[in-house]
Design a protein around this ligand. Structure first.
Ligand SMILES: Cc1cc2nc3c(=O)[nH]c(=O)nc-3n(C[C@H](O)[C@H](O)[C@H](O)COP(=O)(O)OP(=O)(O)OC[C@H]3O[C@@H](n4cnc5c(N)ncnc54)[C@H](O)[C@@H]3O)c2cc1C
Length: 517
């Protein structure tokens, strides 16, 4: 199969990138692949909204830039922060033109204040902004004849020089496994974009869906693509506490923005002891404060008290959270919500330039799987949907230019080899995959979570090598499946995070090694 542009991932970054390209030239062929159904991914779960300066009487680009730099703890790329903040307004207008209907108040956008923001600037659709955006983008995509979507297709590996006799030092597409047929397709392309999202599933508790296993990062790593800031994993302070491990429901920061207070098991408000901004301090500070309280009180969670948010606000502003809590017998606003920090966002990823291009020609990385320099060591709340929109636009402009240049001809793409190495017919048992995945998550959560120690990282390193050996053995002796692909990527990225974490001696943003405190 050949396509001009292959886009791996159908969240906000992949979809908006595809729309831009299709709008510009109906003559180019675009193929989008998604590991699950088209709408599954982190985008769908975004609650809070998009940070964009809109009220220029009270707010300014300067303030948003300053807030982003402050959250990033001196590690953001200033040029990137400036253009992302400034270009956000136009990208938001486009999103509205494509059909998004963000909440308004007296005909102006309703703006919310979230942690680390000095002003109200988060644009939202009730408490399920991501789901709304995802639906709008999927609808828009359907209006283009030159976009093809392959659902339930998983990226296995990128096609690069070592698959080709010629040496162009480019990316030429990807090998992809179809979940239904369990066969491996070669999809060659002039341009390839990784829009594969994050890797929250490396941890026992994550706000991400289970498919967030860092596949794009794993494939890029095997293709020797440069990575940046991998150990900077953001934990969201307030995920709903569950008794069992797994993917957990988020209680958006906007609840704290609306007046929600954090209390420990003794009923005490504790944020005052940690930061003058209290509940609205940046996420890393609030997450560490909660973790400290949990350890101090020897409990498994703290409480979010939302008594001062009235029922009407709950039902209108936060209907999804309200319903989810109701189903669990937590009646709002009178009941406290048990909350715990959970792995939420990968600040690091594939290192890209200001056009979202990686160091491998023809390969772009957009959205959460990329490291653009916007977040540095810590992401400011609601800056990631913004980043995805700004960078998909920039990547599209660059792709349009690249497609005009001389690229390998069709004979070259035809000559690329089919996937080689799947000669086994026996699949590994699902149980074995689950056990290894569970063990990996345990190691990451125990030693590579919010608080790290040098000794813990060393232990994690040794354990991960053992897990890696087991997975590699399975990979070498079994038929490739979706689950095995995920596990292979998870262990590679976990190993890289641990390796890089061991060389960090200064705590910045979300990274905290107690031995360097
Ligand atoms: C609960 C929650 C709340 C959030 N709230 C906010 C918020 O309020 N504001 C904000 O700015 N950000 C928020 N975020 C972060 C934000 O939602 C994500 O960073 C952003 O949506 C990522 O978009 P993306 O397009 O990069 O990836 P995703 O939306 O995660 O999409 C990834 C895509 O890649 C595909 N994929 C992955 N691996 C493969 C593979 N091997 N083969 C094929 N396809 C693959 C998936 O199928 C999916 O289509 C939140 C995140 C979560 C989880």
């Amino acid at each position: 199969m050949f396509t001009d542009v292959l886009i791996i991932g159908t969240g906000i970054s992949g979809l908006s990138f595809a729309i831009k390209l299709a709008q510009n030239d109906p003559g180019i062929s675009i193929t989008l692949i998604s590991k699950d159904q088209v709408s599954e991914g982190n985008t769908k779960y975004a609650q809070g909204g998009i940070a964009v300066v809109s009220d220029f009487e009270k707010d300014s680009f300067k303030k948003h830039i300053q807030d982003t730099l402050l959250a990033g703890d001196g590690t953001c790329d200033r040029e990137v922060v400036k253009f992302v903040v400034e270009e956000g307004k136009d990208r938001l207008k486009e999103l509205i033109k494509w059909g998004s209907q963000f909440d308004t108040q007296q005909e102006n956008l309703h703006l919310v204040k979230e942690g680390g923001h000095s002003e109200k600037r988060v644009v939202h659709y009730k408490d399920h902004t991501g789901l709304h955006i995802q639906q709008v983008l999927v609808n828009k995509i359907k209006s283009f004849n030159n976009i093809k979507i392959l659902e339930n297709h998983t990226l296995v590996d990128l096609i690069t020089d070592h698959h080709s006799k010629e040496k162009y030092k480019r990316c030429y597409g990807a090998y992809v496994i179809s979940k239904e047929e369990e066969s491996i397709l070669k999809i060659s392309s002039k341009i390839t974009a990784l829009c594969t999202g994050g890797a929250g599933s490396l941890y026992a508790h994550s706000t991400n869906p289970p498919i967030a296993t860092g596949d794009g990062l794993g494939a890029a790593y095997r293709a020797k693509v440069h990575m940046d800031k991998l150990p900077y994993v953001q934990f969201h302070p307030t995920a709903l506490y569950h008794k069992v491990n797994g993917n957990t429901f988020l209680i958006t920061e906007a609840v704290r923005g609306a007046g929600g207070k954090l209390r420990n098991s003794l009923g005490e408000c504790f944020m005052d002891n940690y930061d003058p901004r209290k509940e609205l301090a940046p996420r890393d500070i609030v997450a560490r404060a909660i973790q400290k309280e949990i350890q101090k009180q020897k409990e498994k969670f703290v409480y979010l008290d939302s008594c001062n948010i009235d029922s009407k606000t709950w039902k209108n502003r936060f209907p999804k959270i309200y319903q989810t809590c109701s189903k669990l017998d937590i009646h709002l606003p009178q009941d406290f919500i048990p909350v715990v920090p959970a792995a939420h966002y990968f600040c690091g990823g594939i290192k890209v330039n200001t056009k979202s291009e990686s160091n491998l020609k023809g390969l772009y990385a957009i959205g959460e799987c990329s490291a653009t320099g916007l977040h540095g060591a810590n992401r400011l709340a609601s800056n990631s949907l913004l980043e995805a929109l700004v960078f998909s636009h920039r990547a599209a402009l660059d792709t349009i230019d690249s497609l005009k240049k001389k690229l390998p001809d069709s004979l070259f793409y035809e000559a690329l080899p089919e996937w080689n190495g799947d000669s086994y017919s026996n699949s590994v048992e699902i149980k074995e995959i689950h056990q290894l995945r569970f063990r990996l998550q345990e190691v990451m959560s125990l030693h590579v979570g919010i608080f790290k120690t040098t000794k813990g990282l060393k232990k994690a390193d040794l354990e991960m090598i053992e897990i890696y050996k087991k997975i590699q053995k399975i990979y070498n002796q079994h038929k490739l499946t979706n689950g095995l692909c995920e596990l292979r990527n998870m262990v590679s990225i976990a190993h890289l995070i641990i390796q890089q974490a061991q060389s960090i001696t200064i705590n910045k943003g979300v990274f905290f090694n107690q031995d360097y405190a």
